[in-house]
Design a protein around this ligand. Structure first.
Ligand code: SF4
Ligand code: SF4
Length: 380
């Protein structure tokens, strides 16, 4: 654990190429970016699904461009870029989100995480997971994430972004092994400690609020962030969103493992002065957390699973649904099926007894036909 971490934050009001580059360059200096001279670097943006940049689901391509340019200017020998979206088709290359074009224009190498994955034991767990093979070839990883809410984990930032290093549906399967927020946070922190990213950058020029990470609303935050600690950056993000940092499961897990920096320095803007009062947060499930805190020390997994069902369940809007089956294909609990009625109409139906409330279906739905938190649930 570093005793002091640096989170450099500054205003950047649009995706103008030169503005982002000069802003990020200063942030990287102030946040102690490591020496990359003659190093091979993997840039890991957030490409949850290959959506257009204006949907604000993915790290904006101009931020990725600026990161590549800064790495080149600082002498990196090879720059790789890659991610594995929730549903990863062979040949995926980040075309729609604009990142593939940036790689071609800037001379970075796109890597396909499906090729030659390497099995790694996840730090602090007994789990072994396939991970992008390129990790064994690079000297360092930069997490280049997006400022977004997250229906399961409340916020997604630099640490959670590393989950995309696990290729394809292996990610969804992790939810069955680690079904609660707390256990899933343990896995994510374990991945962070296995990979140990060297630096992180967050695109918060336009972030996402509401039902993130895929179906929320774009929200201009008008800042960029850089840090030498993913946990410190995620702390800053949570503060800006208006969360109590103690409510964020990933940060709680990192704290319990004594991994949080003892001190966070803000050399330019201070996250504590940037709180967005009317930010549309994912409601904290206090009832479930309270019950789990009582139950966890004494009872076994089946009881915990029953308590898990107290989390809000996904609801399916039949009128919006286009029957793409993404939700059915990704559901790790096999709780969803496309059912044909007597009148030959087809609907997605959920077996709520099987559902583990991982919200992968919600993340993958391309038309926002699945909701999780309604207004009545808010902050209960
Ligand atoms: S129905 Fe949705 S929330 Fe429930 S287990 Fe399947 S993917 Fe997860
Ligand atoms: S992902 Fe959305 S649109 Fe596709 S089948 Fe499921 S509910 Fe319908």
């Amino acid at each position: 654990m570093n005793s002091t971490a640096y989170v450099a934050i500054d205003r950047c009001e649009n995706y103008n190429q030169e503005q982002i580059f000069s802003c990020l360059k200063e942030l990287c200096e102030k946040a102690n970016m490591p020496d990359v001279r003659d190093r091979k670097v993997l840039v890991k943006p957030n490409i949850l699904s290959d959506a257009k940049p204006e949907n604000c689901i993915t790290t904006h391509p101009e931020v990725v461009r600026a990161v590549i340019r800064i790495l080149k200017e600082n002498g990196a020998s090879e720059i790789y870029v890659g991610d594995s979206p929730g549903l990863h088709n062979p040949g995926f290359c980040g075309k729609n989100c604009g990142i593939q074009d940036v790689c071609v224009q800037e001379g970075a190498i796109w890597c396909n995480f499906l090729q030659n994955p390497a099995t790694k034991r996840i730090n602090g767990t007994k789990t072994k997971l396939p991970m992008a093979g390129i990790l064994d070839e690079v000297d360092m990883v930069f997490s280049v994430c997006k400022f977004k809410t997250h229906t399961l984990m409340y916020s997604t930032g630099a640490t959670k972004n590393l989950f995309g290093l696990v290729p394809n549906l292996n990610k969804a399967v992790c939810h069955t092994k680690y079904p609660s927020k707390e256990s899933f946070a343990k896995l994510i922190v374990g991945i962070h400690e296995t990979i140990k990213p060297a630096f992180c950058i967050m695109d918060a020029i336009i972030g996402m609020e509401g039902a993130g990470p895929a179906n929320g609303k774009p929200r201009p935050i008008n800042i960029l962030l850089a840090s030498d600690s993913c946990y410190a950056m995620d702390t800053a993000e949570a503060l800006i969103m208006g969360y109590n940092v103690d409510d964020i499961p990933i940060l709680n897990e990192a704290r319990s493992r004594h991994l949080l920096p003892q001190n966070i320095e803000y050399p330019i803007l201070d996250a504590r002065n940037l709180v967005i009062e009317d930010f549309d947060r994912v409601p904290i499930s206090r009832k479930t957390r309270f019950i789990r805190s009582l139950v966890l020390p004494f009872f076994s997994t089946p009881i915990l699973k029953r308590k898990q069902r107290r989390e809000p369940a996904p609801q399916f809007n039949d009128k919006r649904c286009i029957r793409c089956l993404r939700c059915v294909n990704i559901c790790p609990a096999k709780a969803l099926e496309l059912k044909e009625e007597a009148d030959k109409t087809k609907h997605v139906v959920c077996d709520y007894k099987k559902c583990i409330r991982c919200y992968c279906c919600h993340e993958m739905c391309p038309v926002d036909a699945i909701t999780v938190h309604n207004r009545e649930n808010k902050e209960k």
